[in-house]
Design a binder for this molecule. Structure first.
Ligand SMILES: Nc1nc2c(ncn2[C@@H]2O[C@H](COP(=O)(O)OP(=O)(O)OP(=O)(O)O)[C@@H](O)[C@H]2O)c(=O)[nH]1
Ligand SMILES: C=C(OP(=O)(O)O)C(=O)O
Length: 248
């Protein structure tokens, strides 16, 4: 397999998005992850071959399997997206033809360890593919954004896209055979640049705003809504209408 394996880490929902001051933050964390994964899986084979979710959360695992069915409102989960297989794995080898796979966060020691674990599995199972780490909290991601970013990664090297605030990282991608070497956390954009990754943010310009808008706070959430979030996030927001930003 060539193309990319996109690794999406999902923190246990009960403790996720602690800076998001809403009572439905766990539901939103899952819905945003579902929209991000649906968009990534819709990039198309040849570019994104597999989306691998790394999580120990059973509800998140079930939520990812739901992406292979109708969307939250009974419509297809992504506009014009190819069908997903929603294969859930417990270890061993990937299900044949699985486009979305879920693996346990075996190290269970934080984000970078979860990503390194996912990257190691991807390198073992699909040695000819590049590996890209993608944040789950980007509900306005469009397939075209991810496709453009992955196509910009230097051959034989690593590339990153910064978050909208400019200090963090939403995408770190390593060509086949190149270690991912994730350094997510505070000031991760600078840390990834220092470790040799090419900063793709400027060259991609304003064409990937949905990719860059990660959601940590309510303000970020409204920015994502103004860019256009996916159907799973829209549904959670519409279930709590009084929580919507009525006057903005
Ligand atoms: N599997 C796994 N994913 C993680 C872990 N920590 C963070 N993530 C994921 O990493 C991405 C970026 O994480 P953060 O923005 O720090 O998310 P968060 O920890 O839920 O948010 P805060 O509580 O506000 O720090 C999201 O996709 C998270 O779900 C972890 O320990 N394990
Ligand atoms: C972990 C990161 O995200 P956040 O700042 O949203 O926690 C990061 O950007 O490296």
């Amino acid at each position: 397999m060539t193309g990319w394996v996109v690794v999406v880490p999902v923190k246990p929902l009960a403790t996720a998005k602690s800076r998001l001051a809403r009572p439905d933050r766990a539901a939103l964390a899952l819905a945003m992850a579902q929209d991000a994964v649906a968009a990534a899986s819709a990039v198309g084979r040849g570019t994104v071959e597999t989306v691998m979710i790394v999580t120990n959360d059973g509800v998140a695992r079930a939520g990812m399997a739901a992406l292979s069915g109708p969307g939250p409102t009974g419509r297809p989960a992504t506009d014009g997206a190819p069908a997903t297989d929603g294969a859930a794995l417990t270890g061993g080898t990937p299900a044949a033809g699985g486009r979305i796979v879920v693996v346990p966060d075996m190290p269970d020691t934080g984000l970078n360890a979860a990503l390194a674990h996912g990257a190691a599995l991807a390198a073992r199972w699909w040695p000819d593919a590049g590996v890209a780490a993608l944040s789950a909290d980007i509900p306005a991601l469009r397939p075209a954004h991810l496709r453009a970013a992955l196509l910009a990664v230097p051959a034989g090297g690593r590339g990153l896209v910064a978050d909208a605030d400019g200090t963090g990282t939403v995408l770190l991608a390593a060509a086949a055979g190149t270690p991912l070497a994730p350094r997510f956390g505070p000031a991760s954009r600078a840390a990834h640049i220092r470790s040799g990754a090419r900063d793709l943010t400027g060259p991609l310009g304003g064409s990937v705003r949905g990719l860059r808008r990660d959601v940590d706070t309510v303000e970020h959430l409204w920015e994502a809504v103004s860019l256009g979030v996916g159907p799973w996030t829209r549904q959670v927001l519409s279930a709590g209408p009084r929580l919507l930003p009525a006057r903005r």
